[in-house]
Write a protein that binds this ligand. Structure first.
Ligand code: AQP
Length: 342
């Protein structure tokens, strides 16, 4: 990898709905943490081309793009440090994707678990874009030659494929692209509230809490979250759980969230209650709801202000687009020349 002072970071998010706790803990919070160290070399984009692979209403798309921009800014992204842009403002990315298609074995794409998962959820719309999504992602990452990609765990396989594509390209056409690596947080996979064996997902209603949810919505979403049937008062028939590792996935997920949003005292008290078999999950859920609502109260205010003034967000996108376009056309000149085009 290049020396640290030259490393370029890049990450993207799909404008498919409001950001949820998984997006935040897996990716966005890390952007905010990394933006000082990588100021000027950090690119974050709204992945609108990617989002066309899902079922959507074209009339909604522009609002979703603006909303994602507003939410990223409200979450603390500083456009002076991070270049924020909209993917379709650089059509070069689709050209690079095409070149990468010609060096990517189909068998590599057939292994992608996200494709299999998304295809099973939209059986009536298993389109070529959904299959080719990881190659477009490789083009997103390699267009500005990003070596580090802060993402959630679900994206690690795609970043690994990006590395393979860079290697295939470099071997065939000469050293051009870095071998990118994922950058994960301590919470790289936040689980669904309704099916805690799966990841929290925008496209699965009931699975997520949005950062923009009101305190009451957060409380209701958590009240519905799957836990387990014990231990607890009135369930003396069940074995007592002395081992926190033995938590059911749903309860472990709630404790994981409490560790992020609660105080050390909250966590200590709930862990003691769990170990002692006296925990009431409704109390755990309501405490967690209050902490999450508090944590995002400033976010909700800033988001509302930005959504009232979408021209500020558009201006930031325009400046980011200008900066990335210059880089994109330089990379594409190099690629065209190396692959034998003009
Ligand atoms: N549950 C999650 N835990 C941790 N990180 C997550 N990410 C997504 N879900 C979790 C990370 O958030 C970033 C943006 O994701 P995306 O907009 O590309 O959407 P996605 O991966 O398709 O995730 P969603 O929100 O769950 O949407 P659907 O329902 O369409 O699958 C990425 O860095 C991702 O890793």
């Amino acid at each position: 990898m290049a020396e640290k002072s030259k490393i370029i970071l890049l990450s993207g998010l799909q404008p498919t709905g409001p950001l949820h706790l998984g997006n935040y803990l897996g990716a966005v919070r890390n952007f905010v943490r990394l933006q000082d160290e990588f100021a000027g070399r950090f690119f974050v984009f709204v992945a609108d081309y990617h989002s066309l692979t899902e079922n959507y209403d074209p009339k909604e798309k522009q609002n979703q793009i603006l909303m994602l921009g507003a939410e990223l800014l409200a979450a603390g992204l500083d456009p002076k440090k991070v270049t924020l842009y909209v993917q379709s403002d650089i059509p070069e990315v689709t050209e690079l994707c095409w070149v990468f298609n010609t060096v990517t074995p189909i068998s590599f794409l057939e292994r992608m678990t996200q494709f299999k998962d998304k295809a099973s959820r939209q059986k009536e719309n298993i389109n070529m874009g959904l299959f080719d999504y990881p190659v477009l992602q490789a083009a997103d990452i390699l267009l500005p030659k990003a070596a580090a990609v802060p993402v959630g765990e679900d994206q690690v396989q795609h970043v690994e494929l990006t590395r393979d594509i860079a290697r295939f390209f470099n071997r065939k056409f000469g050293e051009t692209f870095p071998e990118s690596k994922p950058v994960l947080t301590a919470t790289p996979r936040v689980m669904s509230l309704s099916e805690p064996e799966k990841k929290m997902s925008k496209s699965i209603p009931g699975s997520f809490i949005s950062l923009s949810d009101s305190p009451e919505e957060i409380k209701q979403a958590l009240r519905r979250a799957v836990t387990d049937t014990g231990p607890g008062p009135g369930r003396s028939d069940l074995p007592r759980r002395s081992d926190l590792q033995a938590m059911s996935p749903g309860v472990a997920n709630l404790f994981g969230l409490l560790r992020e949003f609660g105080t050390p005292e909250d966590v200590g008290a709930m862990e003691r209650a769990y170990r002692g078999g006296t925990i009431k999950y409704v109390e755990l859920k309501d405490l967690l709801a209050a902490r999450i609502a508090e944590y995002f109260s400033e976010f909700r205010k800033k988001r509302a202000q930005l959504l009232k003034n979408p021209s500020a967000v558009k201006k930031i996108f325009a400046a980011g687009g200008k900066k990335i376009r210059a880089i994109a056309s330089k990379t594409m000149r190099e690629v065209r020349q190396k692959v034998g085009l003009r």
